[in-house]
Design a protein around this ligand. Structure first.
Ligand code: ADE
Length: 245
């Protein structure tokens, strides 16, 4: 079973988000285990200090290395296969592909940075990977850790009821997902595309694939370079590009 430990100075931050939706159900079903860990439990001073002034001066505080090193060692001892990930804006940007790789490990230790940053030496010695969730700065790694937990958990086998629903997600096949429709058949004067009512599964699959391609070309053409495209896909895309002239 995948265990994700989350080291934070705000372990309570995670209590509500982990109760709900797919992640909450996966925990209840015993498919994943998520354990917020209080960094202050690994301090040895009266004030449970986790930060200090930066050497060299400057604004803000730096996360002090000792409690973090102790916390990581304590958690990692249980399992030598642990991967230690620091959430940080200077890390590699999380992708669906990375989430899939992470979902295959047995034990992830997510470290939530706070303050101006984390003492570089503990990163060098004890962190396997730095991960960012995008090019913006959060006030701490906690929201990013929740994003990682969510993206990774839903890829753990058995977590999504229907095995296919992760397979058809945006990015799963390297493309954006096709649009969805449900009842009513006409909404604000807009009918559901006729093909979806046809019962012809081959035609429906073809239409959906073309919608994936159309949307991806419009919104994220960069994804097309890496996507797995067949001859029909390429011809369809060529047609769209010719239309635009
Ligand atoms: N901590 C602060 N900003 C972050 C980001 N963009 N991604 C991950 N962790 C962060």
């Amino acid at each position: 079973m995948l265990t994700i430990d989350i080291i934070s100075i705000f372990p309570d931050y995670f209590s509500s988000p982990l109760k709900h939706g797919v992640v909450g159900k996966a925990i209840d079903a015993g498919l994943i285990r998520i354990r917020p860990v209080n960094l202050r439990d690994f301090t040895h001073d009266r004030h449970n200090t986790t930060d200090d002034r930066p050497y060299g001066g400057g604004a803000g505080m730096v996360m002090t290395p000792e409690p973090l090193a102790r916390a990581i060692s304590a958690l990692r001892n249980e399992d030598s296969q642990s991967v230690v990930i620091l959430l940080s804006p200077r890390g590699k940007t999380l992708s669906h592909e990375m989430a899939r790789e992470l979902s295959m490990f047995q034990h992830l230790i997510l470290v939530c940075g706070r303050y101006e940053g984390v003492d570089e030496r503990v990163i060098e010695k004890m962190v396997d990977e730095e991960l960012s969730i995008g090019d913006y700065v959060l006030s701490g790694g906690e929201p990013a850790a929740l994003v990682v937990v969510d993206a990774v958990s839903r890829l753990v086998p058995g977590v999504l009821g229907c095995d296919d629903s992760a397979g058809s997600d945006s990015f799963a096949n390297g493309l954006l997902e096709h649009p969805h429709y449900t009842r009513p058949r006409t909404f604000m004067g807009m009918p559901v595309p006729e093909v979806l009512l046809s019962g012809n599964h081959r035609e429906i699959a073809r239409w959906r694939r073309q919608q994936c391609l159309r949307l991806t070309l419009e919104r994220r053409p960069d994804l097309l370079e890496k996507a797995d495209l067949n001859q029909d896909d390429l011809e369809f895309l060529q047609g769209l590009m010719n239309e635009d002239g």
